[in-house]
Design a protein around this ligand. Structure first.
Ligand SMILES: CC(C)(COP(=O)(O)OP(=O)(O)OC[C@H]1O[C@@H](n2cnc3c(N)ncnc32)[C@H](O)[C@@H]1OP(=O)(O)O)[C@@H](O)C(=O)NCCC(=O)NCCS
Length: 144
């Protein structure tokens, strides 16, 4: 995907040299080298990969919708990094999809807060019993 730059971060495709990162294991990185649907979130000040943003197959099977999957290493959480990264991804995602989806556990208040902050609209709840999930999940959509 196109490399994006924010005040504190660079968002770029994963590369072979990233193997050894604590964000994804080697198998996952080798997979992402092929799919190229996942940003490595790199901190400019020390060049460390601190997180990941995937634009994956939609959880509800909708074509032209990409599911946003996010993670930041624990020691870098709650410093505004994902907010900064997501703003850049959302601003550029119209080149990739018509809409983005967001999928989070019903008990995950932080993820729900982030979804609301970026204007994702609640669509439905995926029941764990029906889909074999570890928990009930809320599903949101953001039209681009
Ligand atoms: C979710 C995650 C990616 C967020 O990354 P981050 O860099 O810590 O996020 P930010 O610091 O940019 O923003 C966190 C926001 O959540 C808010 N928040 C933190 N804990 C919260 C809670 N318990 N309830 C509600 N909001 C909460 C913060 O106040 C902040 O919002 P604000 O900027 O409006 O004040 C990161 O916490 C993570 O990797 N978690 C584990 C994996 C995960 O949960 N992935 C998401 C699955 S959908």
């Amino acid at each position: 995907m196109k490399t994006l730059s924010t005040e504190r971060l660079v968002l770029r495709d994963w590369c072979e040299g990233d193997i050894g990162s604590s964000v994804h294991n080697e198998d996952a990185i080798r997979y992402l080298l092929k799919t190229k649907n996942n940003y490595a979130v790199v901190l400019k000040e020390n060049n460390e990969i601190i997180g990941t943003i995937g634009l994956n197959e939609d959880a509800d099977g909708q074509l032209n919708v990409r599911n946003v999957g996010v993670r930041v290493l624990p020691q870098y959480q709650n410093k505004g990094y994902m907010t900064e990264a997501l703003r850049a991804v959302i601003d550029n995602a119209h080149n990739i999809a018509d809409a983005l989806s967001w999928f989070c556990k019903v008990e995950d208040k932080r993820s729900q807060h982030i979804a609301a902050k970026f204007g994702f609209k609640y669509v439905k709840t995926f029941a764990k019993d029906k889909y074999g999930l570890p928990s009930d999940f809320y599903y949101y959509i953001l039209e681009l």
